[in-house]
Design a protein around this ligand. Structure first.
Ligand code: LRH
Ligand code: MN
Length: 400
């Protein structure tokens, strides 16, 4: 057995510390049959019940050790609202997975055609606000911290809505929601430039989200969904600004080639996520207050859902570790000296580094399968789920 040199031992210590500190939340809807507007390809092993979503989440956590919480979408996972809390609590105990962020659904109901919290109808705004307040109460009842708000609100044609009036209504609703929060709760305000609205979206970018969060109150932050940016946007610069202004609350990680494609993390541009993690590591070094919820938000339309989720978690660990191993002290010196090529070679060199031997060693040391994807395949979990669920999961109905 080759003994480790001191520098190798030092790197492994650093790596193990970094991996011990990294957790990522998985979305219940990532296990369900989802699709695009052009259709949905059902998978027999897909989860249709909240019980199956907890079971799948428990399997991912058993294989990876870093996904102890499951993000819930209110209408999809708690259709009866607060009445479903007891069932979720029982599932938490049974599967050892805690309810994570609570995602209100302000985009599915017919009455939200012209918006929810921004709808010109005071009655519809009131209905949307009551769903928001219910979601906050569900969070309180489940002891989960974050209420993660994304709204589809916007318009499709110039001149058809007053964008400034809608801002006013939204500010009011978020202030009322913030006042309802428990002391430990947070509201995460997610922005998206377009889709399903194609002329204006009421919360379209980080500036709008940051303003709304700040004016709502001290327990509101910005949520960055990596898929919610124009291709030309520098996402890690937005992250740097949100870190600098103390407004960064969390991420929805996924990948994309064109728009909000919700593809698996690191499948198109892994360097993007590395650059984001680097900004966070550097801010941590500089003593900034870091309180970030790492979450996955993907729809697995073609890949096997369990496989895609395990692959995503493993990729997230690898990219997080690559960034953790950047020699940031040396990098700061090279940046100070404007030694561009040396700085880039150090930075990109860390990205090129193959950290898989380190993540495998960490898993073995933590009693986890060295290769979670291989372990999933060997487990036969997906085949068993397909047998048990096939009859139901192939009869696809709502979005997730
Ligand atoms: C909107 C979004 C939002 C979720 C939904 C499933 O595009 O990113 O975070 O509610 O996907
Ligand atoms: Mn999202």
């Amino acid at each position: 057995m080759k003994t480790m040199s001191d520098s190798e031992a030092a790197v492994q210590d650093l790596a193990f510390k970094a991996l011990d500190g990294f957790q990522i939340e998985i979305p219940s809807w990532g296990f369900a049959n989802t699709g695009t507007r052009f259709g949905k390809f059902a998978q027999a092993a897909a989860a249709t019940t909240i019980e199956e979503k907890f079971a799948d989440a428990a399997e991912v956590n058993k294989l990876t050790g870093v996904t102890p919480t499951l993000a819930l979408h209110v209408l999809w996972d708690l259709p009866e609202g607060l009445k479903d809390v007891a069932q979720v609590r029982a599932l938490e105990r049974r599967f050892g997975i805690r309810a994570g962020s609570i995602n209100p659904n302000l985009f599915q109901d017919q009455e939200y055609k012209y918006g929810s919290l921004c709808n010109p109808s005071a009655e519809i705004r009131a209905h949307a606000l009551s769903h928001m307040l219910d979601s906050i109460e569900i969070g309180k009842a489940l002891g989960s911290r974050d209420v993660s708000l994304w709204m589809a609100d916007g318009s499709n044609y110039p001149g058809t809505q007053s964008m400034r009036k809608r801002i006013g209504w939204l500010e009011e609703a978020l202030r009322r929601s913030h006042d309802q929060l428990g002391p430990e709760q947070r509201i995460l305000v997610e922005y998206k430039p377009f889709e399903p609205a194609f002329y204006h979206t009421d919360i379209a970018d980080w500036g709008m989200s940051s303003h709304l969060a700040r004016q709502a109150g001290p327990q509101a932050r910005v949520l960055v969904d990596t898929g919610h940016h124009y291709n030309a946007q520098n996402i890690e610069q937005i992250v740097a600004w949100l870190l600098h202004t103390g407004m960064l609350g969390g991420f929805h990680f996924n990948d994309r080639r064109y728009a909000d494609d919700d593809l698996t993390l690191g499948s198109i541009d892994p360097y993007q996520i590395f650059r984001i993690f680097h900004e966070i590591q550097a801010a941590t070094d500089d003593g900034l207050e870091i309180d970030i919820a790492y979450m996955i938000d993907q729809s697995h339309n073609l890949k096997g859902k369990l496989e895609a989720m395990v692959q995503t978690v493993v990729t997230a660990q690898e990219l997080y570790l690559k960034a953790a191993l950047v020699d940031r002290k040396q990098l700061a010196k090279l940046q100070e000296a404007c030694d561009l090529v040396a700085a880039e070679e150090l930075f990109r060199g860390a990205f090129w580094r193959d950290v898989r031997p380190l993540t495998r060693a960490w898993r073995e040391a933590r009693g986890l399968p060295a290769d979670p994807l291989a372990a999933l395949r060997e487990s036969g979990y997906v085949e068993r789920a397909a047998k048990e669920r096939g009859s139901r999961s192939m009869a696809v109905s709502s979005y997730a």
